[in-house]
Design a protein around this ligand. Structure first.
Ligand code: FE2
Length: 231
């Protein structure tokens, strides 16, 4: 897998044998921003044990926690603060969300995927930006896959996959890494092949709060967070 540089030098040979060189400039229209942050410390034993020992229920191809507001627990308070800062950096720097509006964390849960298990293809409805934080991974083999859901009528064979011609793309993930992405983006985890491995990740959703839109343009929507006490 490679990405095209924004500028590519192209050399063509005309039928007369004369070589013509051109520069192809590529404008990336409407790209999808995948954000990546790193927690610059290890999880504390208390944080790790709390996540690892949460009650689990069967998901489609793996397990997830029964409780879906895990970041509301005081044992994960510092992690929740870190995630909130990161998601609002994403909102202000990438989405350029105006001051007066920010994103707050709604539901949060953990996923447990053992050898032979997978995490099915899905999106996160009723959320704006979603996050996955890696609690326990194998640095060499664990990946997250993102899928493009648009139907492509014409699919010629390609000599090399890139972000323009691929239907899916993966990124290697590591412990302490937080990946942020638009919640509508389809994602999944392929079957874990490494023997004796269990991958643990923590996922969360977000929603805007504050004043969206403007009164003058008839797009105003005043949203307040009412989730602090959800248990
Ligand atoms: Fe997800």
């Amino acid at each position: 897998m490679t990405s095209l540089n924004n500028k590519v030098d192209v050399v063509s040979t005309l039928s007369s044998g004369i070589q013509v060189s051109e520069t192809l400039e590529v404008f990336n229209l409407f790209p999808i921003p995948i954000g990546s942050f790193r927690l610059k410390r290890k999880l504390t034993k208390s944080e790790f044990k709390f996540i690892e020992n949460l009650d689990k229920s069967l998901n489609e191809g793996n397990h997830s926690t029964k409780y879906s507001y895990i970041l509301n627990d005081k044992k994960l308070k510092k992690l929740k603060e870190f995630f909130s800062i990161c998601v609002n950096e994403y909102a202000s720097r990438i989405m350029s969300m105006s001051s007066g509006t920010d994103l707050y964390i709604t539901q949060s849960w953990a996923n447990f995927t053992k050898t032979g298990e997978y995490h099915h293809k899905h999106e996160h409805p009723n959320s704006m930006v979603s996050g996955v934080f890696y609690v326990k991974t194998d640095a060499e083999t664990d990946k997250i896959y993102f899928d493009r859901n648009e139907y492509r009528q014409i699919k010629p064979e390609v000599s090399e996959f890139n972000v323009y011609n691929s239907d899916s793309w993966w990124y290697q993930v590591q412990e302490g890494q937080l990946i942020l992405f638009p919640s509508s983006l389809t994602h999944r985890v392929a079957t874990i092949e490494k023997e004796g491995h269990e991958r643990i990740s923590l996922s969360f959703n977000t929603f805007p709060r504050g004043n969206l839109g403007t009164r003058e343009s008839l797009t105003e929507c005043i949203l307040e967070e009412k989730i602090h006490n959800v248990k």
